[in-house]
Write a protein that binds this ligand. Structure first.
Ligand SMILES: *[C@@H]1O[C@H](CO)[C@@H](O)[C@H](O)[C@H]1NC(C)=O
Ligand SMILES: *[C@@H]1O[C@H](CO)[C@@H](O)[C@H](O)[C@H]1NC(C)=O
Ligand SMILES: *[C@@H]1O[C@H](CO)[C@@H](O)[C@H](O)[C@H]1NC(C)=O
Length: 488
């Protein structure tokens, strides 16, 4: 039986579906969106981030999890949402229809509706076919999709919320775009997936990273990673490729054609360039790549295999730096944001959405302007253990070779490590002790491009929970104030 509320929801959905025109987006053009990840030691309040999205007129956002505080903040904004399901949940969702029902109820139905969060896509897993996962998730993907689709049908949302699977570009391979094919061990599952996507009107979502091609391969021609012409074009029969993005995209199109689905709409789920933490990762390169990408996409040129048709949507990776991410891929992993962790634009970027440059986050609540540095009057010969400890929990990635703080000298290194730890501990004065080697200063120790951060606080937070609070351990005494500010 339909409740009145459900009826009005359905009516609203119908209205939204029929009147889908979006004033920001002429129908045939791509939309530029962003990935909003939250693996940060210094999380901005979700409402601050949502205001940042609105100020920059960003119409679409992709989330890696259905975090309650984030979805609540997105309510009533009109921003379209792709919400992700972590790979670790796929086996449960694939084996239990009721778990899938519950997931949809708790993480989609609860937010959608009048003045709700405009959830349009569910990303089932995140790059679940990645080679380095050795197949551990891939067999759960289709069962999870089939259960979730049934759950959406039951919730009367199947026509509005589409299931997709963001794939890494390592799902397909070829030396020439026209020869593209999915990895042989994925042929069967890709056939099933693409059949499902096609029958459901869902796009194929792919993450493409020219930066990683350059980073992993010393022979990769640097200018082929960017969009400004190249001294190393790739010639493929009649087609000439001048950038890695187009080549990669057409490799996917060829792989889809082999399965009989060469016309499938494509969404770029992640693409971007890091600004720190490796030799090829710097502000200039990140700006040139991202601006080149946006100009290329919005120029509606398409690619040789799909001329004049750009991808449906492109989600830049990423909105904000995430200083608590694993550095396993490399130190650059914490520096993908077009904004730093505190919502400050790193460089001028025209997203093609109306503003000529990025606008900074407003009303960011910083901790006081205080830093922890090495005490100049101390003997610092025995500091190595303190530094190691500080950097094992806090973020010191910019100190490494290729990083923006690599040349600040030995004492600078120590101060940087001490400060990162001190800010991570919300400026608890005891966290700047380091056996008397540290001291608090109100003079900003930043030098040149090397920024010594001041943490942000979630005081007055509108958040209902902080994932990261459970992720790290405090190596010193706790104050009740400290506990409260991390767990509210
Ligand atoms: C909803 O999503 C969150 C975040 O991924 C997850 O922790 C939670 O278990 C999900 N709810 C259900 C019922 O699966
Ligand atoms: C920035 O990165 C680009 C390529 O990724 C590289 O060519 C350039 O030399 C780098 N600039 C600096 C100052 O390191
Ligand atoms: C500072 O630390 C980085 C990273 O460990 C190292 O590469 C660099 O050589 C250090 N600088 C000095 C002067 O010790």
């Amino acid at each position: 039986m339909l409740e009145p509320r459900l009826l009005s929801t359905i009516l609203l959905l119908w209205i939204l579906l029929v009147w889908r025109s979006d004033p920001l987006l002429p129908a045939a053009e791509s939309a530029i969106g962003v990935n909003w990840g939250t693996v940060s030691f210094h999380k901005l309040r979700p409402s601050t981030v949502v205001d940042l999205l609105k100020d920059n007129r960003i119409p679409k956002v992709k989330l890696f999890e259905a975090e309650a505080d984030v979805l609540v903040a997105l309510r009533g904004t009109g921003i379209q949402v792709m919400v992700g399901i972590p790979n670790e949940m796929l086996s449960m969702l694939g084996s239990s229809p009721s778990a899938a029902d519950l997931w949809v109820r708790q993480n989609v139905s609860a937010y959608i509706g009048k003045n709700g969060a405009d959830i349009r896509y569910i990303a089932v897993g995140n790059e679940p076919f990645l080679t380095s996962y050795n197949g551990q998730f891939q067999n759960f993907v289709m069962p999870a999709i089939l259960n979730l689709q049934q759950s959406l049908v039951k919730a009367n949302l199947a026509g509005y919320v589409k299931l997709v699977v963001p794939c890494n570009a390592d799902a397909y391979e070829s030396s020439l775009p026209s020869q593209g094919a999915f990895r042989p061990e994925l042929t069967q599952i890709m056939t099933q997936l693409v059949q499902f996507l096609n029958s459901n009107g869902s796009p194929f979502v792919v993450n493409i990273y020219p930066f990683l091609s350059l980073y992993d391969n010393g022979d990769f021609p640097q200018d082929y990673a960017f969009f400004e012409g190249t001294t190393h074009p790739v010639t493929d029969g009649p087609n000439v490729y001048t950038n890695a993005f187009d080549g990669n995209y057409d490799t996917l199109l060829a792989a889809l054609s082999k399965l009989g689905y060469g016309q499938m709409p494509i969404v770029i789920g992640e693409i971007g360039w890091p600004s720190d933490g490796a030799i090829g990762a710097n502000i200039t390169a990140a700006r040139v790549f991202n601006q080149g990408l946006i100009t290329h996409i919005l120029g509606n040129k398409g690619t040789p295999l799909r001329p004049n048709v750009p991808p449906m949507d492109v989600y830049i990776f990423s909105l904000l730096d995430e200083g608590a991410k694993s550095t396993l891929p490399g130190n650059f992993e914490r520096h993908w944001g077009i904004f730093s962790f505190d919502g400050q634009a790193k460089y001028p970027l025209n997203l093609g959405l109306g503003n000529k440059v990025l606008k900074n986050a407003k009303n960011v609540q910083y901790l006081p302007s205080r830093w922890c540095v090495a005490n100049p009057s101390s003997d610092l010969t025995n500091v190595a253990n303190h530094m190691r400890l500080a950097c094992s929990v806090a973020d010191c990635t910019t100190l490494n070779y290729g990083g923006s703080c690599n040349e600040i000298g030995e004492k600078g290194n120590i101060s940087y490590a001490f400060n990162s730890y001190y800010q991570l501990q919300m400026q608890d004065s005891r966290s700047c002790n380091f056996d008397g080697l540290g001291m608090v200063t109100s003079r900003d120790p930043s030098v040149g491009d090397c920024r010594f951060l001041v943490g942000v606080t979630d005081k007055g937070s509108d958040s209902s929970g902080s994932q990261i609070a459970h992720r790290w351990v405090f190596h010193g005494p706790l104050t009740s104030e400290f506990v409260r500010s991390r767990t509210n």
